[in-house]
Design a protein around this ligand. Structure first.
Ligand SMILES: [Fe+2]
Length: 270
């Protein structure tokens, strides 16, 4: 099963579009320090697609590093299973949250190879493996960011972030991959331009997109790197994200969450 250009999903059903009969049972509860605390419900995708939970999903936003990068912990319930995305640093605070909620972490997802997103991944994997006694995989980004992952420490130090480590993922991802993490299916889309191997993770059942440094509230990611590509970033955002329904929540790598609809209407770069 592969998502294809974000436009089809399972059994040939269109995921894009509005007004589909859906279940209203699944929800996403978002909390975070550094952003105002809020909670809301989102619509499940379709009764034929995925098994919607009657319980809300939880998304904790943990701003890490001096750049306040949005590390996130998506989890089903306190005492349940979770997945950490972009642990750029401040591993102790991430671990403290995981411990306080009593979570078993299924995987660590990386959107791209910048040091403020990946600098804590190797340490977090090491500690979680020891604590949980099982293999916690670092998954992503696309292989084209390998050169950045191999210099995560150097990048982080140049940004004033100390204690970062280079990281070797257990698995790279490719556009169209569907990951199964914490019993959920997440679609991977490749959105290059900020970095060559940048990916976004889309959880259709939760109507959530974890987009790293591609799309922000009102702006898009930097492309003023030697490997940056503004046109590719705009094209990628349009192809992978702007095809999603308006009510899909978007968590960028920095700053406040937004929605696809808000950016479709108000983002001058796309
Ligand atoms: Fe970045």
């Amino acid at each position: 099963m592969r998502g294809r250009k974000g436009q089809s999903w399972k059994r040939g059903e269109s995921w894009v579009g509005r007004g589909r009969a859906g279940l209203f049972g699944a929800g996403l509860r978002v909390t975070g320090s550094g952003v105002s605390r809020f909670a809301y419900w989102v619509r499940a995708i379709d009764e034929d697609d995925f098994v919607p939970s009657s319980e809300p999903l939880h998304l904790k936003i943990l701003p890490v590093t001096p750049l306040r990068q949005n590390c996130s912990v998506l989890y089903d319930a306190p005492g349940g299973v979770g997945v950490v995305t972009d642990p750029g640093g401040n591993v102790e605070s991430i671990l403290r949250f995981i411990e306080a909620e009593g979570l078993r972490i299924d995987a660590i997802l990386l959107t791209h190879g910048h040091g403020d997103h990946v600098g804590g991944a190797d340490e977090l994997r090491e500690v979680l493996r020891a604590r949980q006694g099982d293999e916690v995989a670092v998954i992503g980004p696309d292989r084209r960011d390998a050169f950045l992952l191999a210099d995560a420490r150097g990048q982080a130090e140049r940004l004033g972030i100390m204690g970062a480590r280079d990281v070797q993922p257990d698995r790279y991802v490719e556009d169209g991959d569907v990951l199964t993490v914490m019993g959920r299916e997440m679609l991977v889309r490749h959105v290059p331009g900020h970095t060559p191997g940048h990916v976004v993770f889309i959880d259709p059942a939760a109507r959530l997109a974890l987009v790293g440094d591609t799309l922000f509230r009102g702006v898009i990611g930097r492309t003023d790197f030697s490997y940056g590509d503004h046109a590719a970033l705009v094209d990628g955002i349009r192809a992978a994200l702007m095809v999603l329904p308006d009510d899909v929540a978007v968590l960028p790598g920095h700053g406040m969450p937004t929605t696809i609809g808000a950016e479709r209407d108000g983002n001058p770069y796309i």
